[in-house]
Design a protein around this ligand. Structure first.
Ligand SMILES: NC(=O)c1ccc[n+]([C@@H]2O[C@H](COP(=O)([O-])OP(=O)(O)OC[C@H]3O[C@@H](n4cnc5c(N)ncnc54)[C@H](OP(=O)(O)O)[C@@H]3O)[C@@H](O)[C@H]2O)c1
Length: 374
């Protein structure tokens, strides 16, 4: 499916950014809609897909880019900035305009990378970042969403992201010592000041979503959701639908598992975050190989890779779902964008789900976890 080299994408970026600098060019998606799109990438219909999705009132590309693993050290050692800038800019060339980071990734270094990479195309992209932690000696040190802390955190985020506003400002994890209304009220003030444009939440319960939304409309909830991790189908996604809130699944490729990154022999050393994930124990991996086989089966039917099936499946669940697959590789971004070409009929979705429900999952969250703040 991938017929052109990455250098084509890079050239596109350079030519587009030169024109953008001169103020004579439209956004990549506008390009993508037109016959005159420079350097149209053969075989990648995604780039010409006019579809966009809404997260509340915020318009985004239907698939975003999760930038966490570029610098966080969660799944791989932190990558060099010089190697990651082409991935981020290449994603933009492929039609991605929605980029996800957080203060805690690194900490700080991921925002620095994203800010540097997106600076030349700032006005054409949506930047999402998250606050909610204290830091000590360059490390995360507990939750903190006190209003004054949020305000000073946002000042740092704006500097690192090289911008005057954060398009989507998320609370990363609820601080049990601060009422959610106070957090929402603080973000409301930041929105009034123009330092944030939209409000997001992450890993909170339907009750918290409702309380926050009453104070300041929430544009997006970002929580873990994939073919394997489906707990949030218990009330959370429906609450988003009811309130007009977008849902942004993190971990949509099941942290690489549905991208065929591991096999039944995969084991994780204690310095890998994956070693602490309960659905990656040897027993769980073995059980989930059956899910992977099912995903491969659908991949054969749809002429798609497993990662593309994983992404197309989450997007097919609701029109307000916008996954943000994380990757450090431009060829994976390109492949993931190909998920935009994969669709499921209602009958196929039912067939897929029937098969899924027969598979006994191990170490995943139970439905009751969806109803409590994480
Ligand atoms: N709100 C939160 O609490 C929270 C928590 C975690 C993450 N996030 C955000 O959500 C984003 C995505 O989540 P995630 O990174 O945890 O999980 P993910 O997107 O499910 O998986 C990321 C892993 O999948 C691999 N991958 C991606 N595309 C692939 C492909 N086409 N083929 C094979 N492997 C592929 C990547 O490896 P390669 O680098 O080798 O491609 C990476 O190791 C993060 O980047 C971050 O921005 C938010």
């Amino acid at each position: 499916m991938e017929k052109k080299s990455n250098s084509v994408n890079r050239r596109n970026f350079i030519s587009k950014s030169a024109l953008l600098g001169a103020g004579i060019v439209a956004s990549p998606l506008a390009f993508a809609n037109g016959k005159n799109a420079p350097g149209t990438i053969e075989g990648l219909k995604a780039a010409s897909n006019p579809e966009k999705r809404m997260l509340g009132a915020l318009e985004v590309s239907p698939i975003g880019l999760g930038c966490m693993s570029m610098k966080s050290g969660s799944y791989n050692p932190p990558r060099d900035t010089k190697d990651m800038i082409p991935v981020i800019r290449g994603a933009y060339d492929l039609g991605v305009t929605f980029f996800d980071t957080a203060e805690v990734y690194g900490p700080f270094t991921d925002e620095e990378l994203v800010g540097k990479a997106l600076q030349p195309i700032r006005d054409n992209v949506v930047i999402a970042s998250k606050f909610g932690f204290d830091f000590s000696n360059g490390k995360r040190a507990g939750r903190n969403s006190k209003p004054e802390h949020i305000k000073s955190a946002v000042e740092g985020m704006l500097k690192r992201l090289r911008t005057d506003r954060i398009d989507l400002l998320y609370l990363h994890r609820l601080d049990p010592n601060v009422p959610i209304e106070d957090v929402a009220g603080t973000v409301k003030d930041l929105i009034k000041e123009g330092k944030a444009l939209h409000f997001g939440l992450s890993e909170v319960s339907p009750t918290t979503i409702r309380k926050a939304h009453a104070e300041q409309p929430v544009a997006a909830l970002q929580s873990e959701y994939s073919i394997i991790q489906r707990a949030l189908e218990n009330e959370v996604i429906d609450t988003c639908g009811e309130l007009g809130i977008g849902f942004v699944p993190w971990g949509p490729v099941c942290r690489g598992f549905l991208g065929d990154k591991f096999n039944e022999h995969s084991r994780f050393s204690s310095d890998s975050r994956l070693s602490q994930v309960p659905y990656f124990t040897p027993e769980a991996i073995e059980a989930h190989m059956e899910v992977l086989r099912l995903v491969h089966e659908w991949g054969r039917k749809k002429d798609a890779t497993p990662a593309q099936i994983a992404l197309a499946w989450v997007m097919a669940q609701k029109p307000f779902i916008v996954p943000i697959p994380g990757t450090t590789k431009l060829h994976h971004v390109k492949q993931n964008q190909g998920a935009l070409n994969v669709t499921f009929s209602d009958t196929e979705l039912k067939e897929f789900r029937n098969a899924l429900e027969k598979i006994q999952l191990v170490g995943v969250r139970g439905p009751e976890t969806a109803l409590v703040d994480q």
